[in-house]
Design a protein around this ligand. Sequence first.
Ligand SMILES: C[S@@+](CC[C@H](N)C(=O)[O-])C[C@H]1O[C@@H](n2cnc3c(N)ncnc32)[C@H](O)[C@@H]1O
Length: 314
Amino acid sequence: MTEQAHWSAFWNQGHATTFGDFFRDGYQGSIGRWISEASAAWPQEGQLLDLGCGNCGLLTSILELGCSLSYVGVDPADVIVNERAQALLETRPNTIQLLSGQGAEKVALPDQSAQVAVSIFGFEYAQSATAVPELSRLLASGGTFHFLMHHSESIVTQMSKRALDEYDKAEIDAVIAALTVISDRAERVELSKLKDDLLAEQARTKINEFAAQYLSESDAKQTNVTMFEFMTTALRFFKLVRQPSAKRLEFIEGLRLEYLHYRARFEQMMSVAKNEAEIRGFCELCQTYGLTVEAPQAFHDERGIIAWKISGTK
Ligand SMILES: C[S@@+](CC[C@H](N)C(=O)[O-])C[C@H]1O[C@@H](n2cnc3c(N)ncnc32)[C@H](O)[C@@H]1O
């Protein structure tokens, strides 16, 4: 399975930005204000690159701001334009291009074709050694870049760590195996007799034990959110018991893959987050390729550090 598959699976679900409830308002809050401030200095004409664009959450923001630049979204995963941006585009003059399947390391655009490059938690997923010279190649002279990058001390990184700590692979595998047994037994015995089937009942009891463990916590702070959500989804299987075997197995495989991708995405997020020495190294690399970079700053909102804020000029 490729690394892109983990993100493609996420974007295929139609999300507009990465962090769901965490950035419930999309990029309206502190990140929205950051985009708005950065955009004040952008030219009226030319091309804006969104590196690691996902489903184009940034496009929504720039359309709402009335920015007239052409938009090019770049992402190695299968991505689409989110619904809100699609609706806005009906009344806006902006041209857009989506370079799905391309990483920031190699973008199929001519030299100096972009006036602005933006990345919201995307560029750090690329190999800096090749993506930074590519950024320098793509930016026109005087062009600017504005990046928010994962910070090793951010609340986003803490949230990723919590999700990984909560994720119990052995238990997830046990629930998937138990669902598979029930599906198999439902094929072999009459549905009305499934309750009397020893193997099906053992599997159901196991699932009920996990459900009791994870769904009954009354203190929200103590809740294992990852396993709570996993069990809530897993229990939907019982609504499908009367469906044909293919439907049941499709559900089980979907559940297995969803949580495999979930873990891989959080592992990636943790691994690309930069500490102070690493972000300084990144800025030095940018200087090496003719990019002038402002000193990196930790970007805060009322909840704490969200990201590193990096901006510069070619
Ligand atoms: C945390 S998401 C951010 C997406 C989007 N910017 C947003 O804010 O919703 C990280 C994105 O980086 C993309 N990505 C992974 N490797 C990349 C690379 N080499 N170059 C550019 N983007 C990459 C992933 O596919 C994913 O869509």
